[in-house]
Structures are given as structure tokens and as C-alpha cells.
Design a protein around this ligand. Structure first.
Ligand SMILES: Cc1cc2nc3c(=O)[nH]c(=O)nc-3n(C[C@H](O)[C@H](O)[C@H](O)COP(=O)(O)O)c2cc1C
Length: 179
């Protein structure tokens, strides 16, 4: 799949088929994450590939009530837990770049998943301590987010975005790029 097709035909998937995900597809998504840029190439990220039903149940139970992603975590055959070590990345003017490093890797994983016909959904509204316990995440690592990984029940349907004129400027803030 062309990169633009993957970008523009992705959306957060919250309902999954139970069909298993072939291991080579999981590996491809992890390799896409591995290829992401990071602070001084420190690669502070770590990924936990969960397919154990009991562990998935614990992960789903780690989301606050009302998080619409919980069902998808139970339905999808695989869940990827994204962790990162803040001390292995930079921090400037209060901006902690481990979040960016980890986020970039996750987004690459998600686009590769889309290209492989798989669905994903960023999940960050979670109780971190419960996830830490569910997957034995060691001290020093933060859990940045997680995503279900599986075949979508329905095709991705892109969600609306602000107009480019609102978000892209030319030379000076407020001068619309699109005229
Ligand atoms: C950092 C981050 C955290 C998110 N956390 C959640 C979450 O906890 N639960 C959920 O259902 N969706 C979550 N989302 C998905 C967003 O709601 C979704 O990306 C947004 O509504 C745009 O929709 P789209 O992904 O379908 O384009 C999160 C997205 C991001 C980027």
C-alpha cells in the first residue's frame, strides 16, 4: 500500500475480528516502529506484544470506565504495550522528548499495520500502575500507551480534520498557508 493511502485511510479501530494476526505481520509493524527517529538515536522505546487472554483482560481492566477502546482490547488477538525510558531521551524547556520518541514509533507501527490490513487504536487514557503490573514493566520505564492490533470488523473510515487554512501558516503566524 502506498504511504499516502495508509495515512489517509487510517482511523482508530475499536471493533475487531477474532482472526489471528500472522506473526510476520506483527514483526513488520514492529520493524516499522524500530525505524522511527529518536532523540540521539537512543531508541528509548520498548514494545510488549501481548496475546495471552488473561493479560489482555488485565489490560482492558486497566482502562477507566468509559474508555471506548476497552472492548477492542479484548476482541483483538494482539495488544501492543508501548513503554519508554525517559532517562534515555532528552528534556528541554520542560518538553520531555521520550513521549515524542515513543509516539513517533507508535505512529509508524500504526501506519505499517494499516498497510498490512490491520487496525489499531491509540490508547493513553489508562491506569498506568495496573498496566505496569499486568506486564511486569520494570522501574524506570513509563507506559506511554497501547494499541489493539487485529483485523478490523469494518473498514477504517477517516474522521474529519480542521481545514488546512486553520492549522498551516505562511511565514507569520496567522497568515494562512492556503491563502
Ligand atoms: C495520545 C492519544 C491518546 C488516545 N487515547 C485514546 C483512548 O484512551 N481511548 C480511545 O478510544 N481513543 C484514544 N485515542 C484515539 C483518538 O480518540 C483518535 O485518534 C481521534 O479521535 C482521531 O480519530 P482517528 O484516530 O480515527 O483519526 C487517543 C489518541 C491519541 C493520539
Amino acid at each position: 500500500m502506498d504511504i499516502y493511502a495508509a495515512i489517509h485511510n487510517r482511523s482508530s479501530i475499536r471493533k475487531y475480528k477474532s482472526d489471528p494476526v500472522p506473526e510476520e505481520k506483527i514483526t513488520k509493524t514492529l520493524e516499522a516502529a524500530q525505524a522511527a527517529p529518536s532523540w540521539a538515536n537512543r531508541q528509548c522505546w520498548r514494545f510488549i506484544v501481548v496475546d495471552d487472554e488473561g493479560t489482555k483482560e488485565n489490560l482492558a481492566a486497566s482502562l477507566p470506565e468509559g474508555n471506548p477502546a476497552a472492548k477492542g482490547i479484548l476482541q483483538a488477538p494482539v495488544v501492543i504495550v508501548l513503554c519508554a525510558d525517559p532517562s534515555a531521551s532528552g528534556s528541554i524547556d520542560g518538553k520531555d522528548y521520550y513521549l515524542l520518541d515513543a509516539g513517533l514509533a507508535m505512529q509508524q507501527l500504526m501506519l505499517a499495520a494499516r498497510a498490512e490490513g490491520l487496525g489499531t487504536c491509540w490508547v493513553a487514557w489508562m491506569e498506568e500502575d495496573k498496566i505496569r503490573e499486568a506486564c511486569s514493566v520494570p522501574e524506570g520505564y513509563r507506559v506511554v500507551g497501547l494499541t489493539p492490533l487485529g483485523f478490523p470488523e469494518k473498514e477504517a473510515k477517516p474522521t474529519p480534520r480542521k481545514n488546512l487554512s486553520e492549522i498551516a501558516f505562511k511565514d507569520q503566524w496567522g497568515n494562512s498557508f492556503t491563502g
